[in-house]
Design a binder for this molecule. Structure first.
Ligand SMILES: O=C[C@H](O)COP(=O)(O)O
Length: 275
């Protein structure tokens, strides 16, 4: 890949993350991680690549990624370190397994498990305090979109989560705009719509935490991203990457998505040509 691609707009490094959701047993996770690794072997990765297996597969995936530039992320955490908190997993536990990232506030947890903005704010702050980079998920559902409330919903979620942070902390947060209606539906947002929301998020970060934080914060798009459509999103100036669900469960396809995405960001074709 073109080393010139290592910095996106304003020097932001693109980020392509795979959210495996509730998929893979440890053996399958090791195979999938190894397949992604193999698909990116020999490439100078201009984009940061993160794989987020379920908790029970983190160790196996981490072993398969050892020594590679591909990072490990978790799908959730709670605040605190150790203590009486049945079923919970904390930042130190994740760091010990090699995690550098953690997803916070995914819409499936908001909708299926009733996670609130207040809960998500606590998790976000716990991730930062615990040395993990949070990937904060926000997005409107189909009804909210129909009612013309996309900006209000998304910006409200971002504002709630970031309000209490210092500017330096806000700059570290990765924000994934994931319209709920686009997740797993095969119908992504258009790159233009993703850009409009990403730009509005960046403007909000500027209002809340100043221009330096806004220039640094990475905004991803998520929702039915595939190898064949990633380029359109990565070509948008305020979209710094993608959070990928279904297409991250095929190692070769996800590696191709990473190559296509990074190349689109750099304005060229993937190193090694198109498959
Ligand atoms: O976290 C990932 C998103 O929920 C997107 O999932 P998807 O790529 O299967 O639509």
């Amino acid at each position: 890949m073109n080393p010139a691609a290592s910095g996106g707009p304003a020097g932001r490094r693109p980020l392509l993350a795979g959210n495996w959701k509730m998929h893979t047993l440890p053996g399958e996770a090791a195979e999938l991680a190894a397949a992604v690794r193999q698909g990116l072997e020999g490439q100078a990765l201009s984009a940061e690549v993160v794989l987020c297996p379920p908790f029970t597969s983190l160790a196996a995936a981490g072993q398969a990624l050892a020594g590679s530039p591909i990072a490990l992320g978790a799908q959730d955490l709670v605040w605190g370190e150790f203590g009486a908190f049945t079923g919970a997993i904390s930042a130190p536990m994740l760091r010990e397994l090699g995690c550098r990232y953690v997803i916070v506030g995914h819409s499936e947890r908001r909708q299926l498990l009733g996670e609130t903005d207040a809960l998500i704010q606590r998790k976000l702050e716990a991730a930062l305090a615990g040395g993990l980079t949070p990937i904060l998920c926000v997005g409107e559902d189909a009804a909210q979109r129909r009612e013309g409330r996309t900006a209000a919903v998304v910006l409200g979620q971002v504002a709630f989560a970031l309000a209490g942070l210092e500017p330096g902390q806000a700059a570290q947060v990765v924000i994934a705009y994931e319209p709920v209606w686009a997740i797993g539906s095969g119908t992504p947002a258009t790159p233009g719509d993703a850009q409009a929301v990403a730009a509005a998020i960046r403007q909000l970060v500027a209002r809340l935490h100043g221009p330096a934080a806004a220039a640094a914060v990475r905004v991803l798009y998520g929702g039915s991203v595939k190898p064949d459509n990633i380029a359109g999103f990565m070509a948008q100036p305020d979209v710094d990457g993608a959070l990928v669900g279904g297409a991250s469960l095929d190692g070769a396809a996800f590696a191709r998505l990473v190559r296509e995405g990074a190349a689109a960001r750099a304005g060229g074709v993937p190193e090694g040509g198109r498959p």
